[in-house]
Design a protein around this ligand. Structure first.
Ligand code: KG4
Ligand code: ZN
Length: 345
């Protein structure tokens, strides 16, 4: 079965053709048109601008992804996300499903991130599996007992992990999107640091997470250093607070990764998971990938992560989740397809 996947939940217009057979999948095309350069000057995504760009890009992107392929089903990310962005993908999927007489599959965007792990790892993932899925819009620890059997064990009670990276980058004047920029600065730091960031909810007896306090802690530290710099003009090492940016980023990233890894492993052990999987935009972070992989090894747990190109928003993951739903005949009639910014997993 060939599935056309469509993704427009935020600022990437994406389409993909994926072929699935006997629970094994192969990506035949994966086209992503990113709007990052447009939104960079605003330091974040402007929903109205994103929606207009999706309207301009959606058909050329789908056309390029299709090539000579004739899909058997259409899968679209229907939410969660920015409603005006989601509507472009959903209305296009609806129109194509009607015009081509194809069955349609409504896919949850977070489920799609989870399914990015199945693109190359379909046969490596043994159930029950615990998924850490981390992006700019969500942070969740999910238990999967089988295809279509998902249970959210915990999630962020405030900011998403990617949002924490993005806000830190904004605060430090690094730019947008923040994750890769904070990570790049962190890589420059060598040596010891006495900076301490909180590990919110780490010792709480649940799997929820919180990141907004981390950002506030960074803000106070930077403000204090700025004041100290003014007071100690000329003192060695403190003549310019900006020199500490790599150190802030290193310790900030360390705190995020520490909490994510510890909570995920705790969930995996409690639910006797056979596999731990990592996905979402923040899973492009090398320190997180390495730390979770290392800890899984120490605990004797198999670890699966997607290829880098399937970590940030793409349509191959939507097509992949769509294929597994189609195998279960979980179709949605074209006229019932609806964008839903609060689509629960
Ligand atoms: O999954 P995604 O493309 O979109 C959402 O569904 O939100 O994730 C985007 C998020 C942004 O917050 C971005 O800063 C973060 O993923 N991100 C990273 C890295 N690359 C992207 N965060 C940390 N380290 C990275 N290397
Ligand atoms: Zn996403």
């Amino acid at each position: 079965m060939k599935v056309l996947g469509i993704e427009t939940s935020c600022d990437e217009t994406a389409a993909s053709i994926l072929e699935g057979k006997n629970n094994k999948v192969k990506v035949l095309s994966n086209i992503v048109s990113s709007q990052i350069d447009i939104h960079r000057k605003y330091n974040g995504v402007v929903p109205e601008v994103a929606a207009r760009e999706h309207v301009l890009n959606i058909l050329p992107v789908i056309n390029e992804a299709l090539g000579n392929n004739k899909p058997d089903a259409i899968a679209v990310a229907a939410g969660p996300g920015l409603i005006t962005s989601l509507m472009v993908g959903v209305e296009t999927a609806k129109t194509l499903a009607y015009a081509w007489g194809l069955p349609a599959v409504s896919v949850n965007h977070i489920e799609a991130h989870i399914y990015s792990c199945f693109i190359d790892g379909a046969f490596k993932i043994k159930f029950p599996a615990v998924f850490l899925t981390v992006s700019g819009g969500h942070t969740m620890i999910v238990l999967m007992k089988g295809h279509g059997e998902m249970k959210v064990l915990g999630e962020t009670v405030d900011d998403a992990a990617g949002e924490a990276f993005d806000k830190a980058a904004k605060l430090l004047g690094l730019g947008y999107p923040g994750g890769p920029l904070v990570s790049k600065e962190a890589d420059k730091f060598k040596g010891k640091s006495d900076l301490e960031f909180p590990r919110p909810m780490l010792n709480k007896n649940n799997f929820d997470l919180s990141f907004s306090g981390l950002k506030t802690s960074l803000l106070y530290k930077v403000q204090k250093d700025k004041v100290d710099c003014e007071a100690k003009k000329g003192a060695p090492g403190y003549d310019n607070w900006k020199k500490r940016i790599p150190e802030y980023c290193f310790k900030y990233q360390e705190a995020i990764v520490d909490v994510l890894v510890k909570k995920t492993i705790k969930a995996a052990l409690k639910y006797k998971a056979k596999t731990v999987c990592l996905s979402g935009g923040v899973s492009a972070n090398t320190v997180l990938r390495d730390a979770l992989s290392r800890t899984c090894k120490e605990e004797g747990l198999a670890f699966v992560k997607p290829e880098l190109r399937y970590t940030t928003d793409n349509a191959a993951m939507v097509a992949c989740a769509g294929y597994f739903k189609a195998e279960r005949k979980e179709y949605t009639p074209w006229d019932k397809l609806k964008a839903d910014c609060n689509f629960d997993l």
